[in-house]
Design a protein around this ligand. Structure first.
Ligand code: ZN
Length: 267
C-alpha cells in the first residue's frame, strides 16, 4: 500500500509548522521522533503514525481507557462513576454500538470524554480484509454524532492484533491516524473468571504515566470506584489520554508481539 504524505499536512500544521516541508520535518527530527499534544512519537516505518504505550512514569497522571461498549448498563454505570469523581476518560468504542447507544455516547461526549476508533465490528486488524472496518467506524461516528472525525484520529487495535503488520500502519497513515493506542496496564477484566476484586487487584500496581485498559463491563463498573480511590490514595490524578504528559515510552510495532504478550491480547 502506498503512503500519501500529502495527507500528513495536518500533523505538520499542529506542530506549528504548516509550511514545513517533509524534508525539513525529517531534518528536524533526526532521531525519528517528534512531539505532539504532549506525547513523543516514533515514526513508524516511513510514516508518522505511531504507537502509544504509556505516558511519563515520573508524572502522577494516569489515563483510564474503556473499550468496546456492547451493553448499555455498564456504559451508563461507568459514566456515572466517572461523573461522580469528575474524571474525563477516553473510550475506544466499536462502531456497531455507536448508534445503538447513541444517547449514552452523546452524554459521554457532552461530559468531556473522547470516543476513538476501535473498528466497526471488532474484527482483527491482523487480516487485511478487515481494514475496511476502520473506515466503516468513521462513517458510523460521523453519521451518529453529525460531526467530523475525532481530532486527532486515534485507534486501538481489537485484541491488540495486527500491530506488527506494516500494511495496517500504511493504511492508517493514509487515513491520517496519528497513533495506535496500546496500554501499559490492563485490569484483565475480559479474562475468564474476572471479578471486581481481581480487576481492582490487577490495577494495584498502577503508577504515573500508565494507560489503563478496561472494558464496559458490569464487573468493571463495580471495580471502578475502588480503582479510582486506590489511585487517589497513591496521589495519582486521572486525565484524558491526550493530557498524559511528558516523554512516554514508545515502541515501534515491529517490537510488539501481541500474540506473545499477554498484556496486549485483550484490547
Ligand atoms: Zn475491544
Amino acid at each position: 500500500m502506498n503512503s500519501n504524505y500529502l495527507n500528513k499536512k495536518h500533523i505538520l500544521k499542529k506542530m506549528g509548522g504548516g509550511t514545513v516541508s517533509r524534508r525539513d520535518f525529517l531534518e528536524l527530527t533526526p532521531a525519528g521522533s517528534f512531539s505532539l499534544l504532549g506525547f513523543s512519537f516514533f515514526r513508524v516505518q516511513q510514516d508518522y503514525t505511531s504507537c502509544i504505550i504509556r505516558g511519563d512514569s515520573k508524572s502522577n497522571k494516569v489515563a483510564l481507557t474503556f473499550d468496546d461498549g456492547w451493553e448499555a448498563s455498564p456504559i451508563e454505570r461507568i459514566l456515572d462513576v466517572l461523573d461522580e469523581y469528575k474524571i474525563r476518560s477516553s473510550f475506544f468504542v466499536v462502531g456497531r454500538v455507536l448508534d445503538l447507544y447513541k444517547d449514552l455516547w452523546s452524554r459521554a461526549l457532552d461530559e468531556g470524554h473522547s470516543i476513538y476508533n476501535h473498528t466497526y465490528n471488532h474484527n482483527s486488524l491482523a487480516e487485511e480484509e478487515n481494514f475496511k472496518g476502520i473506515i466503516e467506524w468513521e462513517q458510523a461516528y460521523r453519521s451518529v454524532f453529525s460531526r467530523g472525525d475525532p481530532d486527532p484520529k486515534l485507534i486501538r487495535f481489537p485484541g491488540g492484533a495486527g500491530a506488527n503488520s506494516n500494511d495496517v500502519w500504511d493504511y492508517l497513515a493514509n487515513y491520517n491516524y496519528i497513533a495506535g493506542v496500546f496500554w501499559s496496564l490492563s485490569g484483565n477484566d475480559t479474562f475468564k473468571g474476572a471479578t471486581p476484586e481481581s480487576i481492582r487487584g490487577a490495577s494495584a500496581s498502577m503508577q504515573g504515566g500508565d494507560i489503563v485498559l478496561n472494558h464496559f463491563l458490569e464487573r468493571t463498573a463495580d471495580a471502578l470506584p475502588y480503582i479510582i480511590e486506590d489511585g487517589v490514595t497513591k496521589g495519582l490524578e486521572f486525565v484524558p489520554l491526550l493530557e498524559l504528559p511528558g516523554t512516554p515510552i514508545f515502541r515501534p510495532p515491529s517490537s510488539i508481539s501481541p500474540l506473545k504478550d499477554e498484556k496486549l491480547r485483550y484490547g
